[in-house]
Design a protein around this ligand. Structure first.
Ligand code: PSU
Ligand code: MN
Length: 304
């Protein structure tokens, strides 16, 4: 184990014995959802992973170490800190660790921690991607670059339409990231199951996902795989209503000149306000669903 990592005893033991583990990100807890529902969600995700036969390892940065697995006290600290925790992507990790800052890891930084710890499967809600208007703002999430280079399977519900989904998929293709649909041919659009865009390949079971992961990595093709798992139909929100809400949230962020790493958290909070909390309820449902599927993939990869 790399000395900068601090796994809980339970996770250290699981990794040493080959028991399946699922990595979970922390930015969605600190910056993606309000307290106390973020704490309830963090606990619910851990419970989903356990119920499906794997162990949850929520990843965050504390006291100069990358924590692999958080106890309840640490989860609470993260959830109550909110934006007081730093939002850490690849570029932020060296500074945060060297200065012993307290921070939450994005998809990119969680992948780095998971890879260093030897955890090949990670569940989140939505990945960052190419922002609308990226041709002038150059705003493209570091999550995409991380998927290109770091060998972890990221289970998500697609990407939100706050992003430019066709450009996001184009970039993933350019960077050699397989995009698999779990029980679907279509790339899901986070709050809705459909986007009109195709995935590369449909997988109907976790064994097939595990076989694709093994094949990629045995070939020496380093880098991630995106497993897109649509929101359950009962939890889906109306696509047209969400598109209108996204347009309103984007216009508001633009008027306030919000930029850089603040834009995604700002848009999530604005969507919640515009939809009267329905976006948050959907977000929680889909992330729980992703945690369940990720546990299945982790178990299949571990041969259990
Ligand atoms: N998309 C969501 N919810 C989130 C995020 C993205 O639907 O909470 C978070 C994740 O942590 C993701 C990060 O890695 O935002 C991407 O931020 P940026 O766009 O600044 O790269
Ligand atoms: Mn950005």
């Amino acid at each position: 184990m790399h000395p900068i990592l601090l796994p809980t005893p339970e996770i250290a033991d699981a990794l040493a014995t080959g028991h399946p583990v699922v990595a979970l990100e922390s930015t969605v807890i600190s910056h993606g959802m309000p307290y106390p529902r973020n704490l309830e969600t963090a606990r619910a995700l851990e419970a989903e992973v356990r119920a499906a036969g794997a162990l949850p390892a929520t990843i965050a940065v504390m006291d100069g170490r990358i924590r692999i697995g958080l106890d309840d006290e640490a989860l609470e600290r993260l959830a109550t800190a909110g934006h007081a925790a730093r939002k850490l992507s690849r570029r932020d990790l060296p500074v945060a660790l060297a200065t012993r800052a307290f921070g939450a890891t994005t998809v990119a930084a969680t992948m780095i921690g998971a890879r260093l710890a030897g955890i090949p499967v990670f569940a989140t809600g939505g990945i960052g991607g190419v922002h609308r208007g990226a041709e002038t703002s150059f705003d493209i999430s570091a999550d995409l670059d991380e998927l290109a280079r770091t060998s972890v399977c990221v289970v998500c519900a697609g990407a939100k339409s706050i992003l430019d989904l066709p450009k996001t998929l184009e970039l993933l293709e350019t960077r050699g990231v397989p995009v698999l649909g779990f029980g679907t041919e279509e790339f899901p659009a986070f709050y809705s199951r459909r986007s009109g865009l195709s995935v590369d390949h449909r997988c109907d079971n976790v064994q097939e996902v595990a076989e694709i992961l093994r094949t990629k990595w045995q070939l020496g093709l380093e880098g991630g795989v995106l497993l897109a798992n649509p929101i359950p139909a009962v939890d889906e929100l109306d696509a047209d209503a969400m598109e209108a809400a996204v347009a309103q949230a984007l216009a508001d962020a633009d008027a306030r000149r919000i930029k850089g790493k603040d834009i995604t958290p700002h848009l999530l909070a604005a969507l919640e306000a515009i939809t009267g909390g329905r976006s948050l309820t959907a977000n929680i449902a889909l992330i729980r669903n992703n945690a369940r599927v990720a546990a299945g993939v982790a178990a299949a990869l571990a041969g259990r």
